[in-house]
Design a protein around this ligand. Structure first.
Ligand SMILES: CC(C)(COP(=O)(O)OP(=O)(O)OC[C@H]1O[C@@H](n2cnc3c(N)ncnc32)[C@H](O)[C@@H]1OP(=O)(O)O)[C@@H](O)C(=O)NCCC(=O)NCCS
Length: 178
Protein backbone atom coordinates (compact mmCIF):
# COMPACT_ATOMS: atom_id res chain seq x y z
CA UNK A 1 0.00 0.00 0.00
CA UNK A 2 1.40 3.42 -0.94
CA UNK A 3 1.69 6.29 1.57
CA UNK A 4 -1.07 8.12 -0.33
CA UNK A 5 -3.39 5.14 0.19
CA UNK A 6 -2.58 4.81 3.89
CA UNK A 7 -3.82 8.31 4.80
CA UNK A 8 -7.29 7.82 3.38
CA UNK A 9 -10.04 6.40 5.58
CA UNK A 10 -12.86 4.45 3.92
CA UNK A 11 -16.04 4.36 6.01
CA UNK A 12 -19.80 4.26 5.71
CA UNK A 13 -21.43 7.64 5.25
CA UNK A 14 -23.31 9.25 8.16
CA UNK A 15 -26.13 11.79 8.14
CA UNK A 16 -23.73 14.45 9.46
CA UNK A 17 -21.78 14.13 6.16
CA UNK A 18 -24.64 15.67 4.15
CA UNK A 19 -22.98 19.02 3.43
CA UNK A 20 -19.54 17.54 2.73
CA UNK A 21 -21.23 14.96 0.48
CA UNK A 22 -22.99 17.73 -1.49
CA UNK A 23 -19.61 19.48 -1.92
CA UNK A 24 -18.07 16.23 -3.19
CA UNK A 25 -20.93 15.56 -5.62
CA UNK A 26 -20.88 19.15 -6.92
CA UNK A 27 -17.20 18.76 -7.62
CA UNK A 28 -17.30 15.38 -9.36
CA UNK A 29 -20.51 16.00 -11.30
CA UNK A 30 -19.10 19.30 -12.60
CA UNK A 31 -16.09 17.67 -14.21
CA UNK A 32 -16.91 14.00 -14.88
CA UNK A 33 -18.36 13.29 -18.30
CA UNK A 34 -19.48 9.80 -17.57
CA UNK A 35 -21.74 10.13 -14.53
CA UNK A 36 -25.50 9.78 -14.87
CA UNK A 37 -26.63 13.18 -13.57
CA UNK A 38 -25.98 16.50 -15.25
CA UNK A 39 -24.68 19.08 -12.70
CA UNK A 40 -27.98 21.03 -12.53
CA UNK A 41 -29.88 17.83 -11.69
CA UNK A 42 -28.05 17.49 -8.39
CA UNK A 43 -30.07 17.93 -5.20
CA UNK A 44 -28.21 20.51 -3.10
CA UNK A 45 -30.70 20.80 -0.26
CA UNK A 46 -28.98 19.55 2.95
CA UNK A 47 -32.26 18.34 4.47
CA UNK A 48 -33.15 16.23 1.39
CA UNK A 49 -29.60 14.90 1.16
CA UNK A 50 -29.70 13.91 4.85
CA UNK A 51 -32.93 12.02 4.08
CA UNK A 52 -31.30 10.44 1.01
CA UNK A 53 -28.38 9.26 3.18
CA UNK A 54 -30.77 7.98 5.88
CA UNK A 55 -32.67 5.96 3.26
CA UNK A 56 -29.47 4.22 2.20
CA UNK A 57 -28.49 3.50 5.81
CA UNK A 58 -31.85 2.02 6.84
CA UNK A 59 -32.33 -0.06 3.67
CA UNK A 60 -30.91 -3.55 4.08
CA UNK A 61 -27.91 -4.37 1.89
CA UNK A 62 -27.65 -0.75 0.71
CA UNK A 63 -25.03 1.79 1.70
CA UNK A 64 -22.69 4.56 0.65
CA UNK A 65 -18.96 4.39 1.37
CA UNK A 66 -16.91 7.56 1.48
CA UNK A 67 -13.16 8.12 1.31
CA UNK A 68 -12.14 10.74 3.86
CA UNK A 69 -8.91 12.56 4.60
CA UNK A 70 -8.60 15.18 7.34
CA UNK A 71 -12.37 15.75 7.32
CA UNK A 72 -12.63 16.17 3.53
CA UNK A 73 -14.52 13.67 1.40
CA UNK A 74 -12.41 12.57 -1.57
CA UNK A 75 -14.67 9.98 -3.16
CA UNK A 76 -17.70 7.75 -2.75
CA UNK A 77 -19.27 4.49 -3.83
CA UNK A 78 -23.01 3.82 -3.43
CA UNK A 79 -24.70 0.45 -3.67
CA UNK A 80 -28.29 -0.74 -3.50
CA UNK A 81 -29.58 -4.14 -2.48
CA UNK A 82 -32.73 -6.05 -3.31
CA UNK A 83 -35.73 -6.71 -1.08
CA UNK A 84 -36.87 -10.14 -2.25
CA UNK A 85 -35.23 -13.34 -0.99
CA UNK A 86 -34.53 -14.76 -4.46
CA UNK A 87 -32.35 -11.79 -5.40
CA UNK A 88 -30.92 -10.71 -2.05
CA UNK A 89 -27.53 -12.16 -2.98
CA UNK A 90 -26.94 -9.35 -5.47
CA UNK A 91 -26.36 -5.60 -5.23
CA UNK A 92 -25.91 -2.85 -7.82
CA UNK A 93 -23.31 -0.12 -7.64
CA UNK A 94 -25.07 3.13 -8.54
CA UNK A 95 -22.35 5.74 -8.14
CA UNK A 96 -18.56 5.68 -7.92
CA UNK A 97 -16.33 8.74 -8.22
CA UNK A 98 -13.16 10.29 -6.85
CA UNK A 99 -12.17 13.99 -6.87
CA UNK A 100 -10.27 14.75 -10.10
CA UNK A 101 -7.09 15.86 -8.34
CA UNK A 102 -7.01 12.71 -6.17
CA UNK A 103 -7.41 10.12 -8.93
CA UNK A 104 -4.85 7.44 -9.75
CA UNK A 105 -3.85 7.18 -6.09
CA UNK A 106 -5.71 3.94 -5.38
CA UNK A 107 -8.82 5.50 -3.80
CA UNK A 108 -11.25 3.95 -6.32
CA UNK A 109 -9.61 0.58 -5.70
CA UNK A 110 -9.93 1.01 -1.91
CA UNK A 111 -13.63 1.93 -2.23
CA UNK A 112 -14.27 -1.21 -4.32
CA UNK A 113 -12.32 -3.51 -1.98
CA UNK A 114 -14.26 -2.12 0.97
CA UNK A 115 -17.51 -2.86 -0.85
CA UNK A 116 -16.40 -6.44 -1.48
CA UNK A 117 -15.50 -7.10 2.18
CA UNK A 118 -18.80 -5.51 3.31
CA UNK A 119 -20.68 -7.59 0.73
CA UNK A 120 -19.17 -10.80 2.08
CA UNK A 121 -20.33 -9.88 5.60
CA UNK A 122 -23.85 -9.25 4.24
CA UNK A 123 -24.02 -12.61 2.46
CA UNK A 124 -23.90 -10.93 -0.95
CA UNK A 125 -22.00 -12.65 -3.71
CA UNK A 126 -22.97 -10.93 -6.96
CA UNK A 127 -22.12 -7.27 -7.58
CA UNK A 128 -23.46 -5.52 -10.67
CA UNK A 129 -22.28 -2.26 -12.21
CA UNK A 130 -22.72 -0.42 -15.54
CA UNK A 131 -20.06 1.76 -17.11
CA UNK A 132 -20.20 3.76 -20.33
CA UNK A 133 -17.97 1.82 -22.72
CA UNK A 134 -15.90 4.93 -23.56
CA UNK A 135 -15.08 5.56 -19.88
CA UNK A 136 -11.55 4.18 -19.98
CA UNK A 137 -10.57 4.91 -16.34
CA UNK A 138 -13.90 3.48 -15.15
CA UNK A 139 -13.57 0.30 -17.21
CA UNK A 140 -9.90 -0.08 -16.21
CA UNK A 141 -10.67 0.25 -12.49
CA UNK A 142 -13.48 -2.31 -12.73
CA UNK A 143 -11.33 -4.80 -14.61
CA UNK A 144 -8.48 -4.29 -12.12
CA UNK A 145 -10.67 -5.15 -9.11
CA UNK A 146 -12.13 -8.22 -10.78
CA UNK A 147 -15.32 -7.27 -12.63
CA UNK A 148 -16.03 -9.14 -15.86
CA UNK A 149 -18.02 -7.85 -18.81
CA UNK A 150 -21.34 -9.66 -18.91
CA UNK A 151 -22.94 -7.77 -21.76
CA UNK A 152 -23.44 -4.47 -23.54
CA UNK A 153 -26.48 -2.21 -23.25
CA UNK A 154 -26.72 -0.47 -26.59
CA UNK A 155 -27.63 3.24 -26.68
CA UNK A 156 -28.16 3.21 -22.93
CA UNK A 157 -27.18 6.83 -22.27
CA UNK A 158 -27.42 10.09 -24.20
CA UNK A 159 -24.37 12.25 -23.51
CA UNK A 160 -24.06 15.60 -25.28
CA UNK A 161 -26.60 14.43 -27.87
CA UNK A 162 -24.60 11.29 -28.55
CA UNK A 163 -25.87 7.78 -27.94
CA UNK A 164 -23.52 5.82 -25.70
CA UNK A 165 -23.33 2.10 -24.94
CA UNK A 166 -22.77 0.74 -21.46
CA UNK A 167 -20.96 -2.38 -20.34
CA UNK A 168 -22.83 -4.51 -17.84
CA UNK A 169 -20.17 -5.70 -15.43
CA UNK A 170 -20.36 -8.38 -12.77
CA UNK A 171 -18.12 -9.49 -9.95
CA UNK A 172 -18.70 -12.65 -7.93
CA UNK A 173 -17.36 -12.41 -4.38
CA UNK A 174 -15.33 -15.21 -2.82
CA UNK A 175 -12.95 -15.85 0.11
CA UNK A 176 -10.29 -13.60 -1.47
CA UNK A 177 -12.59 -10.60 -1.01
CA UNK A 178 -12.80 -10.80 2.82
C1 LIG B 1 -13.05 5.76 -12.38
C2 LIG B 1 -12.49 6.41 -11.10
C3 LIG B 1 -13.49 6.23 -9.97
C4 LIG B 1 -11.16 5.69 -10.75
O1 LIG B 1 -10.77 6.15 -9.45
P1 LIG B 1 -9.22 6.19 -9.03
O2 LIG B 1 -9.18 6.51 -7.60
O3 LIG B 1 -8.48 7.07 -9.95
O4 LIG B 1 -8.81 4.68 -9.29
P2 LIG B 1 -7.46 3.95 -8.82
O5 LIG B 1 -6.39 4.96 -8.54
O6 LIG B 1 -7.81 3.01 -7.73
O7 LIG B 1 -7.07 3.16 -10.14
C5 LIG B 1 -7.39 1.82 -10.33
C6 LIG B 1 -7.00 1.37 -11.73
O8 LIG B 1 -7.84 2.01 -12.67
C7 LIG B 1 -7.06 2.29 -13.84
N1 LIG B 1 -7.10 3.73 -14.07
C8 LIG B 1 -7.36 4.71 -13.20
N2 LIG B 1 -7.34 5.90 -13.83
C9 LIG B 1 -7.07 5.65 -15.12
C10 LIG B 1 -6.94 6.48 -16.27
N3 LIG B 1 -7.07 7.81 -16.22
N4 LIG B 1 -6.70 5.87 -17.47
C11 LIG B 1 -6.58 4.53 -17.55
N5 LIG B 1 -6.68 3.69 -16.47
C12 LIG B 1 -6.93 4.26 -15.29
C13 LIG B 1 -5.70 1.75 -13.59
O9 LIG B 1 -5.68 0.42 -14.10
C14 LIG B 1 -5.59 1.72 -12.11
O10 LIG B 1 -4.78 0.71 -11.62
P3 LIG B 1 -3.18 0.95 -11.41
O11 LIG B 1 -3.03 2.25 -10.68
O12 LIG B 1 -2.77 -0.24 -10.60
O13 LIG B 1 -2.64 0.99 -12.78
C15 LIG B 1 -12.17 7.91 -11.33
O14 LIG B 1 -11.43 8.03 -12.52
C16 LIG B 1 -13.39 8.79 -11.43
O15 LIG B 1 -13.91 9.27 -10.41
N6 LIG B 1 -13.88 9.04 -12.67
C17 LIG B 1 -15.05 9.90 -12.86
C18 LIG B 1 -16.31 9.25 -12.39
C19 LIG B 1 -16.61 7.98 -13.15
O16 LIG B 1 -16.32 7.84 -14.32
N7 LIG B 1 -17.25 7.03 -12.47
C20 LIG B 1 -17.65 5.78 -13.03
C21 LIG B 1 -16.74 4.72 -12.57
S1 LIG B 1 -17.37 3.11 -12.89
Amino acid sequence: MSQEEAKVLIREIEERDAEAFIALLENVYAESDYLLLEPDELNRDPGSVRQYIRNYLVTPRSTIFVAEEDGTLLGFLSTKGEAYRRVRHRVTVGGLAVLADRRKQGIGTQLCRNLFAWGRRQGIFRIELSVITKNEPGVALCRKVGFDIEGVKLHAVILDNQLMDEYLLVKFLDDDDD
